[in-house]
Design a protein around this ligand. Sequence first.
Ligand code: ADP
Length: 429
Amino acid sequence: MKVKNKNVLVYGLGDSGRAAINLLRKHKAHVSFFDDNLAFREYVGFEREPQKQDYDFVVISPGIKCIGNSLLENFRERKIPIFSELDLAYFFSKGKIVAITGTNGKTTVSMLTNKILRAAGYKTFLCGNIGLPFSAVCEETTKDSVTVCEVSNFQLETTNFFHPQIACILNLKPDHLDRHGSFGEYVEVKSRIAKNMKLRDTLILNFDDETTKLLKIHKKTEFFSKNRLKKGVFLWKSAIFVNKKNVLDVKDIPLKGEKNLENVLASVAICSHFKVSENAIFDAVTNFTPASHRMEILGEMSGVTYVDDSKATNVASTVACVEAFSDKPIFLLMGGHGKEINYDDFFSLKFSLKKVVCFGEESNKIFESAKKFGYDAISFEKFDDAVLWCVNNCESGDFCILSPACSSFDEFSSYAERGERFKGLVLGL
Ligand code: ADP
């Protein structure tokens, strides 16, 4: 892609937008930028009236909401090409791309896949939604490197050219309905990951997820499953099989819960498309530590075990966590900023929970739903009050789990900040 002397607008000044600006400027494009947050208007290069300017193309950051966006509509009406930040990075990249999406497990699978490939001797780049924009590393990729790119629905919304050779959709459950309008729309957006894949490329799907199982979006599709399959990657006799070959025993997987087992199956399925030995898989999996705030056991205080699963920002991820600790007496902290989610989907599953402790903007909605299904629940306006109540009321042997099923933006800037606050409160830091 030639960008030299092109007139380009970058829309959205998050990490990805800023990485796109750097990349474009390095290649001598004339770059201006815009953000709906007018706090950025003092920056040199901020374009106050982008709807009146002419551009060769526009690059959109994942943070920009597309539905009902009049500025995007304006660009479309004027036939100005729109690229996503992923598209831009893709134009500058070399080598193979593995793209991983899904409602939950993306970061875990991306990190584990990267670790296995590295253990097998590949030169890899781990980027995307995980925190390092693809645009920030795309120029370092080489024809023999592998880019493992975690891809979110926000990134895919405006993606038209990004072309992975291997893509994986881990699962699809209701999430981000506030942004996409309906589950059907959300599934459509996620399906864009396969839009540019060719016959020789492979799409990997979860056979145990009722939505991904039925996706017909790419000809060459392979499945992974926790049940025996005729081919593909599956669990059988307490081991992971790639077709007929046993590659890893389940007892060697240190991660908790059924869903993490799915995550390992997905990573093995992806890596089966590379030259990866069983030893490399074994080494990577047995030494794998998930990122913070994902079912992270913080420790025991006065006999109470505290678990930080702040990254669980939708119902399906909270289900995964509660299932992983289902044999424990659980005080479950749920709440935060809602995404038009129905909590009856969670409580109707009839988990055995000692107490549901609700907090934040969604506290009343969660409390009402919990009560409706007969749970013992209590509700707080503020996160801190809910956590401190748990600290004072949990008994020795209890598990106090923060797995909120909501985003954090009512009281925090991110799930990570919420998790750190939890840690500070319960460990008395
Ligand atoms: P993502 O990057 O998609 O948000 P993560 O790997 O960061 O996924 O995990 C986020 C949360 O989702 C975890 O804290 C855990 O509660 C839950 N989780 C992880 N893997 C899965 C999975 N395969 N299915 C459902 N929930 C999961």
